[in-house]
Ligand binder design. Structure first.
Ligand code: PLP
Ligand code: TYF
Length: 396
């Protein structure tokens, strides 16, 4: 039965983890996968999470099945975070939100629902994008193409190209947009550019699917979320996938959500009923723990303030590491201007290094980034930065 099964290729990013684990270089540094580590190179367990868990353990609860769409207090906390507790969409009840297995789960529920709703639509993802965007929407049955995004020569966004791609798209095309902290390039749109993108989406009748995996890692929770307000103000209906993997350092708990902004409460009720069918036929209902922790933090003013502080510390440390990288490369003798690293935002830096240079970084120095030149600056720290700077200087 399985004799004709072919070996599937490894995930290009997660596959690096295996290679890293097997590397015996004592100076090895993993800048491959998008994970935030603290200055001691450790995955943080946030204080706000520990306090919420302690309160839960003090009052142990049985684990029944959750509703198909997850914990009600979680779904409302997500709506409030994404759209604003006092916002018109939340007050009028026209947002359908479901708990999902990470941001990936939110994307997948949205993709499966869209496939039923608009089976012939094309999906556009940015060039380049998180590799799983293409795979996920392809597996949901869509033809996936790209819109122009990265301009290597300019070290920034090819905005004219992006607008041209959107303006050339057929009505109903699904456009996957990184709400903030673009993965992999680290280059985001300016507010004025977002206005133009939104105008094009409106004029051409496209469907926006915002992927918000890094809210709070760019300029702040509210600042990074401001793009959602722009879409609301434009009168559009759209999709938002939320991930708390990075912002709560809860990667393995798989906490995320899908929100769909509809035209009315009646529409949202019907959309929610369809999202529940997608969930029921895939995994029935989500797990309890991660969602309960995030809901406890977001719905408690003190824990919420603590979360904002801890997330702010992660954001500030990443920015400091970007600056340290620019300074360290200069000190290590790199002649070319590397200051673009501090204009990038979020967890990643598209370094501009070639595949050959990235392979050399790995084999000669134990410094792991992706073949595309992407490095996770959130994994740099005061102990490994010198080694990374010297390694990059050597291959440049
Ligand atoms: N979307 C983007 C752009 C990402 O970088 C990630 C990274 O993990 C995800 C979605 C998925 O998030 P999660 O781990 O919560 O599924
Ligand atoms: O881009 C990254 O590194 C993160 C983590 O299949 C990730 O988004 C990478 C690959 C993958 C799932 C998560």
């Amino acid at each position: 039965m399985f004799s004709a099964v072919e070996m599937a290729p490894r995930d290009p990013i997660l596959g690096l983890n295996e290679q890293f684990a097997a590397d015996t270089n004592p100076h090895k540094v993993n800048l491959g996968v998008g994970v935030y580590y603290d200055d001691n190179g450790k995955l943080p367990l946030l204080q706000c999470v520990q306090l919420a868990e302690k309160a839960m353990m003090d009052k142990p609860a049985a684990r029944g099945y959750l509703p198909i769409d997850g914990i009600a207090a979680y779904d409302s906390a997500v709506k409030n975070l994404v759209f604003g507790a006092e916002s018109e969409p939340v007050k009028s009840g026209r947002v359908a939100t479901v708990q999902a297995l990470g941001g990936t789960g939110g994307l997948k529920i949205g993709a499966d629902f869209l496939k039923k709703l608009t089976p012939h639509a094309k999906v556009l993802i940015s060039d380049p994008s998180w590799e799983n965007h293409r795979a996920l929407f392809s597996n949901a049955g869509f033809a996936v193409e790209t819109y122009a995004y990265y301009d290597a020569a300019k070290r920034g966004v090819n905005f004219e190209g992006m607008l041209a791609s959107l303006n050339a798209a057929a009505p109903g095309t699904i456009v996957v947009l990184h709400a903030c902290c673009h993965n992999p390039t680290g280059y985001d749109l300016t507010p004025a550019q977002w206005d133009q993108v939104i105008a094009a989406i409106r004029a051409k009748g496209l469907t926006a699917f915002l992927d918000m995996a890094y809210q709070g890692f760019g300029h702040g929770i509210a600042e990074d979320g401001a793009v959602i307000q722009k879409f609301v103000a434009a009168g559009l209906t759209f999709f938002v996938a939320t991930s708390f993997s990075k912002s709560f350092s809860l990667y393995g708990e798989r906490v995320g959500a899908l929100s769909v902004l509809c035209d009315s409460k009646d529409e949202a009720d019907r959309v929610l009923s369809q999202l529940k069918i997608v969930i029921r036929t895939n995994y029935s209902n989500p797990p309890t723990h991660g969602g309960a922790v995030v809901a406890a933090v977001l719905n408690n003013p003190e824990l919420r303030a603590l979360w904002e502080k801890e997330l702010g510390e992660m954001r500030t440390r990443i920015k400091a590491m970007r600056q340290a990288l620019v300074d360290g490369l200069k000190a290590a003798g790199v002649q070319q201007d590397m200051s673009f690293i501090t204009t990038q935002i979020g967890m990643f830096s598209y370094s501009g290094l070639s595949k050959e240079q990235m392979v050399r970084l790995r084999s000669e120095f134990g410094v792991y980034g992706t073949d595309t030149g992407r490095m996770c600056v959130a994994a740099l720290n005061s102990k490994n930065i010198d080694h990374v700077c010297k390694a990059i200087a050597a291959v440049l």
